[in-house]
Design a protein around this ligand. Structure first.
Ligand SMILES: [Zn+2]
Length: 158
């Protein structure tokens, strides 16, 4: 994290975010896939939170870099992000977030900018809304539900 600049504007912090994402990628624990990934999220508090992928011999327990960075931020009190930067060792392709990570990013900001980089630091930027069109999110649970005879439809009692 920079000493002087605490802006939450991704365009101001992008080089720093890429640096942090590359740095944390070196800590990836990926003996099975051999596919290290690093992520850096920029919180609205101006802090940068990082995460790497952590694999497990029980494969489904593997955790992605993006979700690690976001859960780290939330556990430290930051629940809103302006940007997520993702890095990998792919030479010719950008690294894109998996579906599960898109959903977790959506939980904390449909308008977050997602910077999907190549190893030469070039990137494609999309908002989460563009990466997860018609996504289900916290607002979905608040929408009006059908009412029958003045009451919500009862659930089946076992
Ligand atoms: Zn993922």
């Amino acid at each position: 994290m920079g000493d002087s600049d605490h802006s939450s504007d991704p365009s101001v912090r992008l080089e720093e975010l890429i640096d942090e994402s590359v740095k944390v990628k070196r800590r990836a624990y990926c003996p099975y896939s051999k596919f290290p990934v690093g992520a850096a999220v920029l919180g609205c508090d101006g802090r940068i939170y990082t995460g790497c992928n952590v694999e497990c011999a029980v494969y489904p327990l593997t955790m992605c870099a993006e979700r690690n960075a976001i859960t780290k931020a939330v556990s430290e009190g930051c629940k809103k992000f302006t940007a997520v930067v993702i890095t990998s060792d792919l030479k010719n392709s950008i690294i894109t977030p998996c579906g599960a990570c898109r959903q977790i990013i959506a939980e904390f900001g449909m308008d977050a900018e997602v910077y999907m980089t190549k190893s030469d630091r070039s990137y494609t930027k999309l908002t989460l809304r563009e990466l997860l069109p018609l996504g289900f999110g916290p607002d979905s649970l608040q929408e009006e539900k059908i009412i029958v005879n003045g009451a919500p439809i009862p659930t089946i009692q076992q």
